[in-house]
Structure formats: structure tokens, C-alpha cells
Design a protein. Structure first.
Length: 149
């Protein structure tokens, strides 16, 4: 699957200017966690999908078509995964704490995209935050930040 991801990224992205800008499993893990939140309430709204496209497109500087492809890969990865650890372990290896906190903000924003946080969305975000070792107080602040408070 990682070879498939690497091939897709190579074909979808203009040549990066620095080696650390080369997209890899980190972006897939990020997209997969966003997908997990969007699907947690068993229905993915158009608002959630649009927000994921926007967040990933801005973060990775990808075309809409490339981001849509990434979301399809993320959905497949999410379907194939047995747990969240396969995604959070990649993020733990590569993200610093402030980046993890920002990811939690983004997850709350996706949950709030349809103007309602379902209990399953709340639960999955808290599980992800726990696996990322994000402090509970920072999870609460991330939720408030996502709400614009």
C-alpha cells in the first residue's frame, strides 16, 4: 500500500523544493484520521468532505483532484486498518507536540463541519488525542479553538 501511495504522490504533485516537503505516509495518516472522524457518526456530510478537501489541499498544496485521490486512499487505509495505532504511530514519530495539537484542532473542525458533534465523533477524537499523547486540557482548548471561542 505504501508503494501505491508513493507512486500516487509522485504523479500527483509538482516536484517539491525540499526533501522534507515530499509527501509520504504522514499525509496518508493525517487524512485517514480525518476520515475516521468524518465517518465516526456513520454518515459523512458534504460539509465534512469539503472541509477535509480544503484542509488537506492547503496543507499539502495539492490540486483538488490530487486531494480527492488522497481521500480515496485514506478511506481505503481506514477500511483496512484494525486500529488507530497504525496512523497515530506515524504521526507520533514525525510530528512535534504543537503539530499534534493543531491536528486535534483540525479533527474538531471536521466534527463541527455539520454544526453538530456526535458522541462517536467526540469519542474518536479523544481516543486519537490519547494515542498522540495530547494533554486533556489541550484537547479541550482545541475544541474551543475549532468552535471559534
Amino acid at each position: 500500500m505504501m508503494n501505491k501511495l508513493t507512486t500516487w504522490f509522485t504523479q500527483s504533485i509538482d516536484a517539491p523544493t525540499a526533501a522534507d516537503e515530499q509527501p509520504d505516509e504522514l499525509e496518508l495518516a493525517t487524512a485517514a484520521l480525518m476520515m475516521e472522524v468524518a465517518r465516526a457518526d456513520f454518515e459523512q456530510s458534504e460539509e465534512e468532505r469539503s472541509l477535509m478537501l480544503q484542509k488537506l489541499g492547503t496543507r499539502l498544496k495539492l490540486t483538488d483532484e490530487a486531494v480527492a485521490g488522497l481521500l480515496l486512499l485514506a478511506q481505503d487505509a481506514s477500511d483496512d486498518a484494525h486500529d488507530l495505532y497504525s496512523f497515530t504511530s506515524v504521526i507520533n514519530e514525525r510530528f512535534k507536540y504543537p503539530e499534534k495539537k493543531q491536528l486535534v484542532v483540525n479533527l474538531w473542525e471536521i466534527a463541527l463541519a455539520d454544526a453538530h458533534i456526535d458522541p462517536q465523533e467526540d469519542h474518536i477524537i479523544r481516543r486519537i488525542a490519547g494515542l498522540l499523547s495530547v494533554d486533556h486540557s489541550d484537547v479541550i482548548h482545541a475544541r474551543a479553538k475549532a468552535r471559534g471561542q
